[in-house]
Ligand binder design. Structure first.
Ligand code: FES
Length: 144
């Protein structure tokens, strides 16, 4: 048997008591991304008013680190402008959780990509050009 991974208290807290889980039927933007390494999936919903993220929710079908990073990123984006939210990197999410074991850093990438995918969807729904680089692992366009 292997030892459990050394997760921080904050990771365990957000894994066991995730914030902002659920659907958002009136979301301004929705993004679904998959992790090519493990196949886990994260869906993020954002409510945006006047370029400010008022609310964020998520549903994650994945490991504990994926759930903890989803929970943390939905807390981090609330009240931020879109420009500020785009500055949030997977590393910043991991740091806010007190760090992740090295082999779990890839899980935090899902949180950053789900956020960007939901913002991309927000611009697309409005018929506006997406003013930032779009990442690769979006699921809703390809259906897999
Ligand atoms: S192992 Fe898949 S996101 Fe963590």
């Amino acid at each position: 048997m292997t030892d459990p991974l050394p997760y921080s208290e904050k990771v365990m807290d957000h894994f066991l008591n995730p914030r902002n889980v659920g659907d958002m039927p009136d979301a301004s933007g929705v993004g679904t991304v998959g992790n090519p390494i493990c196949g886990d999936v994260m869906k993020m919903f954002l409510k945006i008013e006047n370029d400010v993220i008022m609310e964020a929710k998520f549903k994650t079908f994945g490991c504990g680190a994926a759930i903890a990073t989803s929970s943390m990123v939905t807390e981090m984006v609330k009240g931020k402008t879109i420009t500020e939210a785009l500055q949030i990197s997977n590393k910043a999410v991991a740091e806010a959780l007190g760090g992740l074991p090295a082999i779990k850093m890839h899980c935090s990438v899902l949180a950053e990509e789900a956020l960007r995918s939901a913002l991309q969807n927000y611009y697309e729904k409005k018929g506006l050009p997406v003013p930032f680089e779009v990442k690769k692992h979006r699921l809703d366009e390809h259906g897999h």
